[in-house]
Each structure stands twice: as structure tokens, then as C-alpha cells.
Design a protein around this ligand. Sequence first.
Ligand SMILES: *Cc1c(COP(=O)(O)O)cnc(C)c1O
Length: 416
Amino acid sequence: MTTSATFQQHVLPTYGRFPLVAVRGEGCRLWDDAHRCYLDFCTGIAVCSLGHCHPRLVAALREQAGILIHVSNLYQIPQQAALAREINEEHVRLPGKVFFGNSGAEANDGLIKAARRFGHRRPQPDGTPRFEVLTFQQSFHGRTLGAMAATGQTKIQEGFDPLLPGFRYLPFNDPAALENAARPDTAAVLLEPVQGEGGVNVATPEFLRAVAAFCHAHDLLLFFDEVQAGFGRCGEAMAWRAIAPEIQPDGLAWAKGMGGGVPIGAFWLSDRSIDAAGTALSSLLGPGSHGSTYGGNPLVCAASLAVLEEIRGQDLAANARRQEARIRQTIGSWQLPVVTGVRGLGLLLGIGLDPTRIPTPEGKTPALVVVNRLMENGLLVPPAGPNTIRLLPPLNVTDAEIDEALVMVHDVLSTF
Ligand SMILES: *Cc1c(COP(=O)(O)O)cnc(C)c1O
């Protein structure tokens, strides 16, 4: 039986999968079951930040697998402590504390729970807890009941109502829409500094600053979902720092690139005090309030630590900035009518496509038509919404690999 036939019989059909059967990877390259080699600029959707099977990540996994794979969070886990310190001291560089889970959606659920605890601790004047979290249109925060309700896209939520209550979706990058947005029960704002799934939309510095001022004015927590954008992807350790570095968020969510391919997610809460008694925000989730059986186990933490040390040690954020400039320069020089623009930051980039120039058979989106053509030519990229393709190469991608990919992109886009 072929892999796709076995899939059809035994796996829930939640993904519209391409026929490609992936069997092996190395760096930027991925091989299928017919030994065809692709240049992989999808990287598991911004997950394999060091490329496939990076020797440092493989060595960390092999070594830790032979020592201790899993132990309960009932005990002290040295790799988890070391990873939290690396994150706090070298990447966030603000006083705070980390909770480890297994995915981006779970990380956002953790932030939503923190917002509700905060809303109990700092209720409305009559003592009613606050609970509402403001998010933004076109956002993507994940697929759990909590993260799905936070997501500002009806197509993600279709048929799953009643949704978890307590969310409202504001227009992205529109400071004026914040004006009367706070209600008595509002407790927090959650946003992606660079929207990924929603089509690669970068928050403007003015907008991020307006959101921060809005949170300050209404005693709301400010959360950044950096699940896709964090840890070097956008050309800085944290994406918000590439936009408005002076902002000090109250909470952060991560997953994807932090593990380089091992399933790990995390959220962070600031140590800042939230009342006159000096209560730290990070103290609101005390013993028994939250947990995860797998979260932060020795194996994934050893792997993630190797990834983050490599990103920092090789200054891969700087490579992301440099390659962004090269990509923008090259695509700009083409002057292709089908390209409406390049959006994004660092190596979270979207190429906007003019849908009127791309024939779309079988109800496919223009982006999917282009993604399929690129795959035929040997380049893997994911779409981002109907009219954008994304470039998500590993953070250690070389000049030669970028140039090779751009030749394929040009070959395909110049036919429209
Ligand atoms: C992918 C993504 C998520 C969800 O992460 P999962 O690991 O799939 O749960 C949440 N937020 C953003 C910004 C993402 O890109």
C-alpha cells in the first residue's frame, strides 16, 4: 500500500496534503521516496530553524536520549532550568519566568489563562473579574478551543461553535480602532508582531506603540504571540524588538523554531508587579494552577537548548536580516507584474501575488497554483492565505541556497 493510501484509510483527513512523501532531510534539502531532492524553504513551517538534522541538534538528542528522556515535572529538571535561563537572559532579556508545553496553541492557551487570573486579581470596580482578551483580524493563534477562539479568522472557527467566550477581534495595524475598544471586562491584548498564517503582515511601529500605550492606559496585559516569528526568524531574538524595541511585553508565546523540529512550546510571564503590594505577574500561576505532563522534559529541553545556543552563537538573526535584504533586492530587480510586493521581516517573508494574473483551476487559490509549480521545479514553500507565498528557509541558509531558490521563483513567476 502506498503511503497516501494508508493515510487515506487510517489518518483523519484534516490536512489537504501534497502527494510528496518525505523520507530524509539534510540542511536545506529534503528528499522524497523517489529520491528526488527539493530545496526546502518550508522547513516544517518555520520549525527547522537550523535546517534538517543539524549535527548539533542531532548530537544533543542522541546524547540526552541515552541519559534520561522523560521525568515528571514533580521533580527538578536541569535541562529545563538551563533552557529557561537561556531564554530569559539571552533572548528575552527582561525579568520573567517560562512555562514549557508542547505547541504554539498550548502556549497561547497559557497566556489566556494568565489573563483570566490577572482579571481576578485586578477585577472591575464592583469586584467582577475581567476576562476579555482582544485579538486581531487575520490573526492565527492555534487550534485548541482557546487558541481557536482567539484567532480572528472565521474559516478556522467554522462549525465549532459555541466558541470559548471572551474574545473580540480588532482591525490589525489600525491605531484608531483602539480608541474605544476597552470595555470594563477587558483584561489583555494578544497579537502577532508579524502575522504569519494571516498572509505575512508586519505590525507598524506606530501600531505596536499604540497598542502598548492602550494597554498601559487601561491596565491590560500585553501579550505577543511569537510562535512563528520568535528566536531569530525576524532578524532579532524577538520579533517585536525588530519593530519597536523599547516595548516591554507582559507575556510571550513561542513554539515552532525554538525546538528546531522537536515538539516544544512555551509561554513567558513578566516579573513586573501588578499591584501596590508588589505581586509579580509571573506569580499568578502558582502550584496546581497549570501543568503539562510532557512539557519541558529533558529530551526536548536539551534539543531546544542546542538550537537556541546555535542561533545565538552563530548570530543567525543577523543572517536572517542579511538574507532578507538580498531577497528583497533580487525580487525588486525583476519588476514582475505578478508580484504585488514582498512583505515580512527577516526570514518570515511573503511574496504577494496579483490574483488576476494567475489562472486558478479546480477552485485552487493563486498561491496554491504557484506553490505546486514551484514544487514541480524543486522548491518547497508554504502559502500564506490565498494570494501570498511564504519563504521560510532555515536561519542558517547560505547565499548560494537563497540564489538557487530565487532562480526557481523567478522561473515560475515570470510565466504569469
Ligand atoms: C503555528 C502558530 C500557532 C500554533 O502553533 P501549533 O504548534 O500548531 O499549536 C500559533 N500562533 C502562531 C503565530 C503560529 O504561527
